[in-house]
Design a protein around this ligand. Structure first.
Ligand SMILES: [Zn+2]
Length: 182
């Protein structure tokens, strides 16, 4: 169990395509997910992908329930919300995207203090593995659909700033280099 360092954009590791997990039920993946959860809740954030802590594997976690107005209740000493609903996504694969789009203001632990409106499909069908190695298939919509698309973009080396204009991306890059890469 450990809080790991979160890589900040621009970082070459954030731009890599991550490798599939060979054995989702392995102790190695359980330990990785534990570190990712410690890191995400500590930040605090509602999602984290393994490449964000420098591990190039197709693993992501989310806790979008935790986001729902619970920041007020976070104990500042522990930075732990009262309830957690951690979801683990291993080797996720979208089987379908809706034609209908929705726009949410997105942020990212790897792109601190930057928030931008991003348009994405409003609903998705996903296939993934859990920590027991069991495969699942389910449809998602609303904020969770956004969060999943955002997290799984990380597994393909893509960040939400890649949807912005080159000029806007350049400004963000400059700002982050100035404040975080000293
Ligand atoms: Zn992100």
């Amino acid at each position: 169990m450990a809080i790991r360092e979160i890589l900040i954009y621009p970082d070459d590791l954030l731009a890599q395509v991550a490798m599939p997990v060979a054995d989702p039920a392995s102790d190695e993946i359980k330990a990785l997910v534990q570190d990712m959860a410690d890191t995400m809740y500590n930040a605090p954030g509602v999602g984290l992908a393994a490449p964000q802590i420098g591990v190039s594997l197709r693993v992501a976690i989310t806790d979008t329930d935790w986001r729902s107005g619970r920041y007020d209740e976070i104990d500042e000493d522990k930075k732990v919300a009262p309830e957690r609903n951690l979801k683990v996504w291993i080797n996720p694969e979208f089987l379908w995207h809706s034609d209908a789009l929705q726009t949410f203001e997105e942020g990212c632990l790897s792109v601190p203090e930057i928030y931008e409106d991003i348009e994405r499909p409003a609903a998705v069908r996903l296939r993934w593995y859990d920590l027991q190695g069991v495969q699942h298939e389910k449809d998602f919509e609303d904020f969770l659909a956004v969060a999943l698309q955002h997290e799984f973009d990380h597994l393909d080396g893509k960040l939400f700033v890649d949807y912005l204009s080159p000029l806007k991306r350049k400004m963000i890059r400059k700002k982050l280099v100035k404040f975080y890469k000293k």
